[in-house]
Ligand binder design. Sequence first.
Ligand SMILES: [Zn+2]
Ligand SMILES: [Zn+2]
Length: 112
Amino acid sequence: MNVNKPMYNQPNVNKTMYIELLGEIKKLRQDLNLVEFHKSRKNIHLGINCNGCGRNPLTGIRYKCLMCPNFNFCEICESNYNSSESNIVHDTKHFFVKIRNTDIYNFVCNNR
Ligand SMILES: [Zn+2]
Ligand SMILES: [Zn+2]
């Protein structure tokens, strides 16, 4: 194959092959879009709700209280929590762990 010529001018590449290749490229592009789609969904914490705003499931970065058995904040509530206007009832001396992916957290910490 002469790489300096456009593909459709190649003597050994006929139109059918060219169309097939275009189809392949289209399919690969769709697969890539799917990967991007799943990447954008990675910060959804199924089964976890935010104790500040009630968002369920919690999305974005999850902040889990290390001292309460079941207390979580979304990133918005976590940043508001440190401001004086917050009316969320929670012990301010508690620590939070920052979790991007609940699946990985559950896997590593075994639902501690
Ligand atoms: Zn929230
Ligand atoms: Zn707590």
